[in-house]
Design a protein around this ligand. Sequence first.
Ligand code: SME
Length: 159
Amino acid sequence: MARRKDEIRVADALRRAEAHAREGGDPLQVICDTLQKEHAHYDWVGIYKVEGDMLRLAAFSGPSETEHTSIRVGDGICGSAAKSGRTELVGDVNDDSRYIACFPSTRSEIVVPIKRGEDTIGEIDIDSDKPCAFSEADITLLEAVASSIAGFICDDTST
Ligand code: SME
């Protein structure tokens, strides 16, 4: 039931993001705002784009911007997910030596790659103030969102 509700919300968010994009707005912002507003344990939601060997923050929703708006691929939890192309789930950020701290309140984190074919072109990064906040349901939801929004990530190298 929760999953069905999530699917409806995602479809609705995508429709709004597409409409927003048609009006010249940023669809990634709509996705961040929707995810953050609709999930109490999503305290900070960001979308990074891959540019060469760097991740660049493209949109975020949360109390404040992170100072880590650029992260090298391979660094931190974000860079690890970008490098491997696989979802990273960290139950306790204090136990992960790769972790790059953005907010003192963060306890757990999930990073889901956004892919075009085999290439990772971006990622969704979510911080929670709760330890072990993320479950299989979050992975399923966010991987579905990530594959739906790949089209919103501009391929700067092809222009
Ligand atoms: N914690 C991330 C850095 C990004 S902030 O969470 C917004 C990491 O370890 O890569």
